[in-house]
Design a protein around this ligand. Sequence first.
Ligand code: 26Q
Length: 746
Amino acid sequence: MDKFKFTEKLKELETRGKTVVELYNEISALAMECGLEGDKPCQGRNAYYLSMEFLIGRSFYNNLLELGVLEETREILAKKGLDINVFEEIEDAALGNGGLGRLAACFLDSAAGLGLPLHGYGIRYKYGLFKQAIENGFQVELPDDWQRFGDPWSIRREDEKRLIEFADMKVYAVPYDMPVFGKKINRLRLFQAEGSEEAEKISEYLYPADDTEEGKILRLRQEYFFSAAAVGELLDGFVKQHGKNFDKFPDYNVIQLNDTHPVIAIAEFIRLLTNNYRMPFANALSLAKRTFAYTNHTILPEALECWSEEYVKKILPDIADIMVRIGVYAMREYQTLGCSKEQAAEMAIYSGGRFYMANLAVYVAKTVNGVAALHTEILKSNLFATAHKFYPNKLQNKTNGITHRRWLELCNRELSLLLDKTIGVKWRSDITDLDRLNGFTDDTVKEFIQVKQIKKEQLLKYIAQKEGVDIPADFLVFAQVKRLHEYKRQLMTAFAVLELYYGIKSGRLKDIAPSVFIFGAKSAPAYKRAKAIIKFINEIAKKINSDEQTCNKLKVVFVQNYNVSYAEKIVAGTDVSLQVSTAGLEASGTGNMKFMMNGAVTCGTMDGANIEIVEKAGKENNYIFGATVEELIKLKEEGYVPNLYLSDADHKRAVESLIDGTFSDEGTGEFKELYDSLTTGANWHSPDNYFVLFDLDSYVKTLVKVCEDYSDKKEFAKKQLINTANSAYFSSDRTIKEYAEDIWKI
Ligand code: 26Q
């Protein structure tokens, strides 16, 4: 990067009379021009990350930071009378919906930062994840037309488009390249579908509704579309450079499959080698086994993809045949290894007219990894137990991480400056240096308290503007922000908050710190219960916020359209991070890491990466409650009867507020359905299958303890600072180094 050229040209830039969007495009173009100078592809071995989601958020500030010109830009613009924050008007590119997509973005950032050749392949959705508004307490979904601000960070590569063939249509995959700046420039290549109106539909929406056959087939098309484009160009590129000695292909390429969504790439890889290059099937399969690696992100059965043969045959008959054949090879191999019939059936790729994509991935991939220690253990002992038995070296753990550039340097400039002052600037390039913050002095604690206060004020001011809810800046700030899902148990938090409210109102809870609970979450449009939970939280917020008797003690806010940019503000301004999933179900969590790094304590269950967080920062500096995985296993064996836990009058009151008229669901019946899900179950699950009622008691007690502890501000701040000081492990720089060493060998 020619920084001098950039700053000189920026100084010359005429800003008067231009709109924010115009300036955004011009400055971004300038950064691209200077940033890309001297860029050359990496010879040798490269890793490719195939993912349906890349939740990159806003690129402007991050790219300027990575290019090392953020501060200069801030100053130059200030001299022109422009506040750099005006570019917050430019909305996020939300080409993902949650943890898995954000992880992909963090990984690209870390790899570039470390100078490791990792490139992304995905889809350039016309509309990203819907924009959420809350109307009368209900979630409303609006299209996210992110390109309306322009897309100055992408370069269209018309010359490199490829034709992707389905049985019933042909589609062009046109690449758009986004550079990922760092020590090295890596590339995120997103394909846009073109050629006809039908074709364009493929890259129109992230997560088309898949409750119909048409929707399911569209999703299958999406998966094949970008996987085939990626694999096709990698093979062609190899042939161009090295000829047809494919044996060497894995020396130059390794392909990481981000969950099962791109697993169809394996079949396409084999199809191309056998069809186009006349390679025997067995050889193509063994080449695939040396090329692909797979990451699992969830053990929830409903998220493990399995495709009906009928659908695959309809649009991709060759791929269906190949997957059947891989299934046959797998079966033979399982037998040779001495698997019983049951064991082989468990690992079947093709059975009963369905393709089990996770089994396909596990069979072919050279490594399979979980995303946190506990999650990997569960994969080994549960979901992939049989595979682990017969392929003991396949499964490994790679605990997730987050890029400390976006999630500390960028979102918390004040804390970053305090770190510079306290331990020097080395942590910015080598995050392990953050450890040196341990052993901080009293002065540092004082300064940390000031920083937290500033970030809190910024956050609360923003919330007041956006949501119209005023929250005093001396409140203790709790936050639960993440996708909305029953297993994440936002509903349990809602009950707990309600109990705090009644406790404060009755005078029973006297000595607790005034607090605000911030919720942020999008629900999948078709996920009725999740939407009901959003409405319930908003009803609670309305009641609590308008109660004059308690409003100097307790507030609740559900922020609209929670996304990466909102997260950047929330993680910096929060005191207590709520991570309360049912033990065993949150594969890792990465929000928990962002909060920790910014000095929030975790109030959570022994689940996912929470376990490692408290291992690093100390249980005594966090608030752990609730049943463990082992306890839940026992409870299930003994027979869990949730209604028993409603004998406590306070819990009963909170839970029954769903049905006793305290709150209105506007006659939709959805609150009653939520209530039933906890107390009587449904035809597809037993009552309270996420153990909300079981953990509610210890949750409420833990929250009360947090509020009491906060009265000693200094002791509380120490706990927070210890969390920051021990968060280096959760930088994705560490994670990426592990992938690079143990899996990719780059
Ligand atoms: C599956 C089938 C059909 C349609 C959609 C899906 C689907 C889509 C998205 C299934 C799963 C996802 C996303 C999963 C996800 O975000 N998982 C999260 O991954 C994070 C990164 O590893 C973890 O930290 C979280 O714990 C995990 O929930």
